[in-house]
Design a protein around this ligand. Structure first.
Ligand SMILES: Cc1ncc(COP(=O)(O)O)c(C=O)c1O
Length: 386
């Protein structure tokens, strides 16, 4: 067997590699496991999406390759949705491309931009695909800790000069997984101006743009003046419509970046299945009708979880977006051993902050992916472990 590549070897060891097996074993042993570890909702997708998928599957034309162009009506629907939702007008053919889940696009973008020695600035903790994309493309990830004292924003002014000089990509993700932070418009404007000045492309991960509460409407980076030339934004149907397994989203923004990403994709995938694009199109049209009741479920869970944490002596302010709580640990408690002990002794799975990068140390993330009573039960057990 040949040796694996240096790039492959540079991937960090996944610290929780044995957790799926542990969960399986605990379940087999009859433990009443409550899994709050993964951001994958227990709720169904919009019925309109299921119906559209079923109908589309009956048409043999939809069994063919979709290629990167895909379903023209889906592209047009996305462009309309961008106007309806953000007031942002984009060309459906030049300024957007469907992706096989936003993860796929986020991963492939750096293949078009990073050479050895080039830097991708990456939030830490952060969705691990940013790191994977940078490493596999041969670039250099530069991790920046997201800390509460900076409101979990990247302190752009503090980045070392040589890093900025070599940077070609800046990954931003607000509403943020895992910290649940949101970014004020001033920060986004600052990031856009910064990237103009330093010739850096922003990869704006907006997977949680629709998972927001209390009237808060997270913006698109493309609403920000000047962003059109320096940003590509990634959207996902996964969290908004409980469609994680359907693998569909889109990238939208600077035409040159969309063309580059499309070219990479041409060499690596053959498009989102037509059936799924039909379903996604139908889902986007349910924005006003189906989405509010789905968000109400998450909002009630969020409030129940915040209350339950208060009862065990952990004060949290309810996040205004995302389906997570980012919970601080007592001073000096490391997140991984805590999460492991919680799993083995209390049957509750959470995501230790350090699993998403060292910058996440001192916190753990819970996903609001089980009903309120189960959340309350899980948090009572967390209280016991604390
Ligand atoms: C921040 C963030 N971006 C992107 C994704 C991926 O979404 P998709 O299912 O569209 O690949 C996730 C999924 O957990 C996420 O948390």
């Amino acid at each position: 067997m040949p040796r694996v590549s240096a790039r492959f070897g540079a991937l960090p060891a996944y610290p929780l590699g044995d957790v799926p097996a542990l969960k399986r074993q605990l379940r087999a042993d009859g433990v009443d496991l409550i899994d709050l570890g993964v951001g994958d909702a227990d709720l169904p997708p919009p019925p309109a999406a299921v119906a559209a998928l079923t109908t589309a599957a009956a048409d043999p034309a939809n069994s063919r390759y979709s290629f990167q162009l895909g379903l023209v009506a889906f592209r047009e629907e996305i462009a309309d949705w961008m106007v309806r939702r953000f007031g942002v007008q984009v060309d459906p053919f030049e300024e957007l491309v469907p992706v096989v889940g936003s993860k796929e696009g986020l991963f492939h973008l750096p293949l078009a931009y990073l050479d050895p020695g080039d830097i991708a600035i990456i939030p830490d903790p952060g969705y691990q695909v940013y790191l994977g994309g940078a490493l596999f493309s041969g670039g250099e990830p530069y991790l920046v800790a997201l800390r509460p004292e900076n409101d979990f924003l990247i302190p752009l002014d503090d980045l070392p000069r040589d890093v900025v000089a070599r940077a070609k990509l800046l990954y931003l993700n607000y509403p943020n997984n895992p910290t649940t932070a949101t970014a004020p418009r001033e920060h986004l404007q600052k990031a856009v101006d910064f990237c103009h000045r330093h010739d850096i492309l922003i990869a704006y991960d907006n997977a949680y743009s629709e998972v927001a509460y209390g009237g808060f409407r997270p913006p698109s980076i493309l609403e920000i003046e000047g962003a059109r030339d320096v940003a590509v934004e990634f959207h996902s149907l996964s969290k908004t419509y409980n469609m994680t397994g359907w693998r569909v989203g889109w990238a939208v923004g600077a035409a040159s970046a969309i063309a580059a990403l499309t070219r990479v994709k041409t060499f690596s995938d053959t498009g989102v299945p037509f059936t799924v694009q039909h379903a996604a199109l139908a889902a986007l049209r349910t924005q006003g009708s189906w989405l509010p009741q789905n968000l109400a479920v998450f909002e009630a869970r969020r409030d129940a979880a915040v209350d339950a944490f208060r009862r065990v002596g952990v004060g949290l302010s309810p996040p205004s977006a995302t389906m997570y709580l980012w919970v601080p640990l007592p001073e000096g408690t490391a997140s991984e051993p805590f999460a492991r002990r919680l799993l083995l002794e209390q049957g509750v799975a959470v995501l230790p902050g350090a699993a998403l990068g060292r910058g996440g140390e001192g916190f753990y993330r819970i996903a609001l992916t089980v009903p309120e009573e189960r959340l309350a039960e899980a948090i009572e057990r967390i209280g016991r472990a604390l």
